[in-house]
Write a protein that binds this ligand. Structure first.
Ligand code: HEC
Ligand code: HEC
Ligand code: HEC
Length: 402
């Protein structure tokens, strides 16, 4: 009899923690922690800076602390903030908080999130930081208009994790990417009002690639990767075709590595279902034409420093160093991301069961002209005729990144 009671007690605990961990799972795949945690600060206690064209804003404390956090938020308050971008006191939130994507979250997922935040997140008494936006613009009323113009009506959520036919899996993938994953907030180009140009696959601009903080988030429409490669990129941060650096590295280590195998498959199949639009950024006129420095000039530097890992032909080495052939960083017209990787190095994210691989930093090692030449050699060789980068271009980039 006692054993039975213990067994029942165990089953009960298991089911309770399973319900709670669904909320934790949604929080992870929505990557709340990435924006709501300042460097070195308490988890979800806010204070991370978001520079915007009109001034700096800071994320807020969303721990269940009753004074400084959201401990006094009812479920309705929470739902309004997350899906509609309206805070408890009625002021609209800046769209740095990706509520236009979260508006697609299902009721069940928002409820699970709420329960997770109220019960499992550790309260922190960190006060919120004042936003540094000029008074005139900081009157938040225009955001209501922004909301009305650019936020989509919620689309039907799709939650059947065990969907076993392809159409259902693609639908689940669409839900994960357009909703909690808010992948478009980096991979979709933005319009004049900083709005993402599209929030669903109904428009060809959706996920068609964008520059973000000096990194290039490539088009996810027709990546040329297989389902397996896409899955491995999301779960481990690397695949034969490409490795991730920059902000995607954080996305993998804090969010997508926790995807269940079924959900990673669903996302990969959804991405594969997107029509590949001809959306690679336009090449500047003059690409492939006259070069003032021979693109071969960088070959010596490349062979000396880079070929050990990326190979003489740029093919990379298995899963350790990515191939540079048609690599999005090499293809994109703007050389900033390529310069940053070479100058500062990069590291694949450390994920469960995976050590990270490092790309050394060459900023202090290469002279300015060696840097220019190696960038041009790589672009010319594997960037499909991408144009020449001049010394002036590079000085501009260097200045901008300091
Ligand atoms: C891309 C960055 C980003 C992500 C991801 C993000 N947030 Fe936010 N969030 C913000 C910013 C910035 C603000 C403050 C906006 C403002 O002050 O207008 C905010 C505000 C909020 C608020 C309002 C809090 C208050 O003090 O009134 C809540 C609630 C919230 N976020 C919850 C969440 C949850 C839950 C998630 C995950 C599902 C999440 N956020 C993911 C950036 C983000
Ligand atoms: C915070 C910004 C950000 C978010 C959010 C984001 N990405 Fe990325 N992603 C990037 C950047 C930047 C790169 C380029 C990394 C590099 O070049 O090393 C990238 C690269 C990728 C690549 C590799 C593409 C290629 O052709 O090499 C895939 C696949 C990808 N992201 C999928 C996703 C998915 C799926 C989501 C949503 C679950 C997502 N990303 C969310 C910024 C982001
Ligand atoms: C010790 C091995 C090693 C050497 C030497 C090396 N790399 Fe890398 N490289 C890597 C690894 C590992 C990555 C993946 C890191 C990441 O992007 O997260 C990488 C990433 C890159 C990327 C970004 C690719 C992507 O998909 O994100 C470029 C471009 C690149 N390297 C170019 C170069 C150039 C040019 C040189 C020589 C100046 C060089 N590398 C030298 C290991 C190396």
């Amino acid at each position: 009899m006692r054993n039975v009671t213990v067994l029942i007690a165990c089953l009960f605990t298991a089911s309770v923690s399973a319900a709670e961990s669904h909320g934790e799972y949604i929080a992870r795949i929505s990557d709340c922690v990435a924006c709501h945690t300042a460097e070195g600060g308490a988890t979800m206690a806010g204070g991370k800076k978001f520079p915007t064209p009109v001034g700096d804003i800071y994320s807020t404390n969303i721990t269940p602390d009753k004074t400084h956090g959201i401990g006094n938020y009812s479920y309705d308050d929470f739902e309004k903030a997350v899906r509609q971008g309206i805070a408890k006191d009625g002021h609209p939130l800046y769209p740095a908080m990706p509520y236009p994507s979260y508006s697609k979250l299902s009721d069940a997922d928002v409820q699970a999130l709420y329960s997770y935040f109220m019960h499992d997140v550790k309260p922190s008494a960190e006060p919120n930081k004042e936003n540094a936006i000029p008074w005139l613009i900081s009157a938040r009323w225009p955001l209501h208009i922004w909301n009305w113009l650019f936020t989509d009506a919620p689309t039907a959520a799709f939650e059947d994790n065990n969907a076993d036919d392809t159409a259902a899996r693609v639908k689940r993938g669409a839900y994960l990417v357009e909703g909690p994953g808010h992948c478009g907030s980096c991979h979709t180009p933005r319009g004049m009002a900083m709005n993402e140009k599209a929030y669903t696959n109904a428009a060809a601009e959706y996920l068609s690639g964008a520059m973000i903080d000096g990194w290039y988030a490539p088009s996810l429409r027709g990546t040329g990767m297989s389902e397996q490669e896409l899955k491995s990129l999301l779960l481990t941060g690397k695949s034969k075709h490409a490795a991730v650096s920059g902000s995607m590295s954080e996305v993998v280590s804090q969010s997508t590595q926790y995807l269940t195998d079924e959900d990673a498959t669903a996302i990969a199949q959804y991405l594969l279902s997107l029509k590949s639009a001809k959306t690679e950024p336009a090449r500047t006129a003059g690409a492939m034409t006259s070069w003032s420095n021979s693109p071969e000039a960088g070959k010596v530097t490349y062979n000396r420093y880079c070929s050990t890992c990326h190979g003489l032909e740029g093919k990379g080495t298995d899963d350790n160093a990515p191939s540079l052939i048609h690599n999005p960083l090499v293809m994109v017209d703007d050389p900033t991301p390529l310069f940053r990787v070479i100058a500062h190095g990069a590291e694949t994210p450390t994920t469960r069961g995976n050590v990270s691989f490092k790309m050394p930093a060459y900023g202090g090692l290469l002279s300015d002209s060696e840097m220019r030449d190696v960038i041009n050699y790589v672009r010319k060789s594997w960037g499909e005729g991408n144009g020449e980068v001049s010394q002036e271009d590079l000085s501009g980039i260097k200045k901008a990144s300091h």
